[in-house]
Design a protein around this ligand. Structure first.
Ligand code: NAD
Ligand code: A1AUG
Length: 542
């Protein structure tokens, strides 16, 4: 590198609106039709190979269970071993490639997603994960593009951060990739997260084994195509489709395992942490463990809030993408003076929400991801129905004959510790607790202590003292805290995202702190005139 290169200043990718008659709507509809018309054969990508196996499994739109989008080739432990070997084999060349060449690949991937691949990846996310056009646009196009652009910028800031040097010496800081290989384990619900976890590690010079959720493979395949077209060398990111426990068993027993970048549920993360802890003596280095996990996200309303604003924040915060955002509001605390109005506006909104397939752009609500999620969520609804302290005031019906559809459901509970007030449901189910409007401070304590999670939350109020009190009392209740807004929709570069307590290690996605977890710093001190006499000056005077 003959120059201290400055990367292009990152900017958030503008969100296209897909209004009727817009160019983007026509192009997206074309991409959807093309995707629907073919049945893909999706291989694993290990080193330079596209790996196919005897075990083919079908992928379906969650809103249209009968339609086959693709078959993917399922692997086993031997494929995890192959992927590790490919990652280790690619390591030296990749780690020694000057950073600007690595940066170019990911910046090019961002441009490919913003341009020629935009509609393909959005269509894949709409079909494979049942996200409507707007939800796909903010995820698989904009957020993924933002992750790539901002992370390149943060990478260059990290490298530029160098120590001071005293007279006659030069101190340098080298940001080495981790020694060994890394593992990215990604969830179903965000294509952007699936793309970010492996690329953020690779960007810093690491090589990666990547295992997505099966229900996200359809769009993960597009991410891999983009990375290949952007020039990512073979073996840097190896994409395998194996069971989570199989992947874990091989990876967490390998001496060169150097880091885990996980997003998913809390239980899975805690089990992996225990396994890694039990195996700690097997590794060459202490593996880095980063995990963003579950949430029980809240909206806390003060008596001074605007009822219409509260209802809108609830409608979008709880029900966009069927409540399957880790940030989705799932418990709301409304003061008694506002409840009648909030309820009226909320029920009006819910009545106007249409539910159906993503290809019909009029549908706000689509299907939940799969049969397992459908069963879990509807079990919660039925348990809530049986509790005499609960009343289901909206929704509560579901049907999986065509796709996994669950109506947006609102439970009014007189018990602030009822099951659906406390546990993560990860679906379109919201529980409301109406508190006496004079009990604001006590209710803040309830918000803070009700769940083990601390991911997102918001306070809605006009009264500045109430906003100050909530912000202070809920210091540890959320890693992303919103004032007069819904608790979802963090934007890369603007609201770095992640939670604490049971919600994760809070190594904010799309931030410098996250990239720092994927390097191991080496301090280099060079002395220009090396001493040749061991004695301290005062020793001569004795
Ligand atoms: N905090 C965040 O930023 C964030 C973001 C998105 C999703 N999430 C959380 O993710 C969860 C939903 O996503 P999901 O259903 O895909 O999560 P999940 O935990 O079921 O799966 C995540 C990944 O782990 C794998 N996996 C599952 N069981 C495993 C095991 N025993 N061993 C190893 N790997 C295993 C899955 O195949 C998948 O690739 C929710 O809890 C949600 O809150 C959190
Ligand atoms: N970052 C997203 C949530 C990601 C988790 O699913 C948001 O802020 O809504």
């Amino acid at each position: 590198m003959n120059g201290f290169f400055k990367v292009p200043a990152p900017k958030n990718e503008p969100v296209l609106n897909y209004a009727p008659g817009s160019k983007e709507r026509t192009l997206l509809q074309k991409a959807l039709a093309e995707a629907r018309a073919q049945t893909l054969d999706i291989p694993m990508y290990i080193g330079a190979e596209e790996v196919r196996t005897e075990k083919k499994k079908s992928l379906h739109p969650p809103h249209d269970r009968q339609h086959v989008l693709a078959y993917f080739h399922e692997g086993d432990k031997s494929h995890v071993e192959q992927a590790i070997n490919a990652a280790l084999g690619a390591k030296e060349l990749w780690a020694n490639l000057d950073w600007e060449y690595r940066a170019s690949i990911f910046l090019k991937a961002a441009e490919l997603l913003a341009g020629p691949y935009r509609y393909k990846i959005n269509a894949a996310t709409m079909l494979g994960q049942s996200k409507n056009a707007y939800q796909a646009e903010i995820d698989s196009a904009c957020e993924l593009i933002d992750f790539l652009r901002y992370n390149v910028h943060f990478m260059s800031e990290i490298y530029r951060d160098q120590p001071d040097s005293g007279p006659g010496i030069w101190n340098r800081m080298e940001y080495r990739p981790l020694e060994g290989f890394t593992f990215a384990l990604t969830p179903f619900n965000f294509t952007a997260i699936a793309g970010n976890l492996p690329t953020s590690m690779a960007m810093m010079g690491n090589t990666v084994v990547w295992k997505p959720a099966n229900t996200q493979i359809y769009a993960a395949n597009v991410i891999m195509q983009v990375l290949k077209e952007a020039g990512l060398p073979d073996g840097v990111i190896n994409l395998v489709y194996v069971s989570g426990p199989d992947a874990g068993e091989v990876i967490f027993n390998h001496k060169d395992f150097a880091g885990l970048h996980f997003t998913g549920s809390t239980g899975v993360f805690q089990n992996m942490w225990k396994t890694i802890g039990n195996n700690i003596h097997k590794y060459k280095s202490y593996p880095r463990i980063v995990g963003e996990t579950g949430g029980k996200d809240f909206i806390m309303v003060h008596k001074s809030a605007d009822a219409k604003q509260v209802a809108t924040a609830i409608a979008r915060g709880a029900f966009e993408y069927q409540g399957q955002k880790c940030s989705a509001a799932s418990r709301v605390y409304v003061p008694s003076n506002l409840w009648d109005d909030v309820k009226k506006y909320l029920l009006e909104d819910l009545k106007s929400m249409k539910m159906g397939p993503t290809e019909d752009f009029g549908n706000f609500i689509n299907a939940v991801i799969d049969e397992k999620a459908f069963t879990t969520i509807t079990d919660y609804i039925e348990k809530a129905r049986q509790n005499p302290l609960n009343e289901i005031i909206a929704g509560g019906q579901y049907d999986k004959s065509k796709g996994y559809f669950i109506e947006p459901t609102v439970i009014e509970s007189k018990d602030p510790s009822s099951l659906t007030m406390c546990e993560e449901i990860f679906g379109p189910v919201l529980t409301v607790y109406v508190y006496h409007s004079e009990n604001f401070e006590q209710t803040l304590e309830l918000v803070d202590s009700t769940s083990p999670y601390a991911l997102t939350g918001s306070i809605m109020a006009k009264d500045r003292y109430a906003i100050e009190m909530a912000t202070r009392k809920l210091t540890h209740a959320a890693g992303n805290f919103y004032i007069n807004d819904k608790p979802t929709g963090a934007v890369v570069g603007q609201q770095p995202f992640g939670g604490a307590r049971g919600s994760g290690t809070n190594d904010k996605a799309g931030a410098k702190v996250n990239l720092m977890r994927w390097v191991s710093m080496r301090t280099i001190k060079e002395t220009f005139v090396t001493p040749v006499d061991y004695k301290y000056p005062f020793l001569d005077k004795e």
